[in-house]
Design a protein around this ligand. Structure first.
Ligand code: ZN
Length: 260
């Protein structure tokens, strides 16, 4: 059994235009690299993702903030998002909104088994954490890197090796299609784009193309992660990690070895 030190690709769709979703998906498909997508809406590009169930896991990305287009209450928001992805087993909340009550409601109202809304930037030795409520368990798998967070750093690092070098443990990456398409590296360039094109969800390639950055950036690192996983030949989705954790916890001796 593989150890729990996988590199895992996750993608927050965040209402991205279809051509940016296709841009990301085509690169994953061509190298046969698995990934988990957190879905915010339905569109032809997202329907196309569903044609690759062996490659892509689709989870939900509910927006629980006021003014959400997903609904007015947590109940309505969850029902809306589950209707988009009835098979979803994983969740990451938009902007990481969370509370004990909300996690409890997710367990009560859905078949979600795994939450990926904990962000622990650059942290080594990450492993799944079992969150218990009324004898039910939500497995929480923290993620350690995000493209938008990297842009906020004084000296962003768009090379894979230093990120893998933080130490052992799970390494879940979070990308956004818009930032991969734009090869975003400088937050100010993205802010200028948002100012000039307020509805990025409706933007065309002509709107976005002038803002594509060259050299180091989110797309450069995304390609490096894909190449690493393709060469390794064992990319995983979030549910693969969930399943492996269930196997490990049924074998405590193995679990001790794997998380050391
Ligand atoms: Zn989001």
């Amino acid at each position: 059994m593989a150890p729990l030190d996988d590199v895992v690709l996750t993608i927050d769709i965040d209402w991205a235009p279809d051509f940016t979703i296709d841009f990301v998906a085509e690169r994953l498909i061509s190298r046969q690299v698995r990934a988990t997508w957190f879905v915010t809406h339905m569109s032809p590009a997202i329907a196309r993702l569903k044609q690759y169930p062996n490659l892509f896991e689709l989870g939900i990305h509910p927006n629980f903030l006021s003014g959400s287009t997903h609904g007015d209450t947590p109940d309505a928001i969850l029902r809306h998002c589950i209707a988009l992805v009835p098979e979803a087993s994983s969740v990451r909340t938009h902007l990481l909104f969370q509370s004990t009550l909300l996690l409890r409601q997710i367990l009560d109202q859905t078949r979600i088994t795994t939450d990926v809304s904990l962000f622990l930037p650059g942290t080594p030795h990450i492993r799944p954490v079992e969150w218990l409520c009324r004898r039910r368990t939500l497995l929480r798998i923290p993620y350690f890197w995000a493209d938008d967070f990297e842009m906020e750093r004084n000296i962003p690092c768009w090379c894979l090796a230093p990120h893998l070098g933080v130490g052992k443990g799970l390494k879940v990456f979070a990308f956004h299609p818009i930032h991969v398409y734009l090869n975003s590296a400088d937050i100010e360039i993205y802010q200028t784009l948002k100012h000039r094109v307020p509805k990025i969800s409706e933007a065309s390639a002509n709107d976005l193309n002038p803002y594509i950055q060259t050299g180091q950036g989110a797309c450069a690192l995304f390609k490096e992660v894909i190449a690493y996983l393709a060469a390794d030949g064992r990319s995983a989705c979030i549910q693969d990690i969930y399943n492996r954790w269930q196997d490990l916890r049924n074998s405590p001796q193995q679990l001790d070895q794997r998380i050391q």
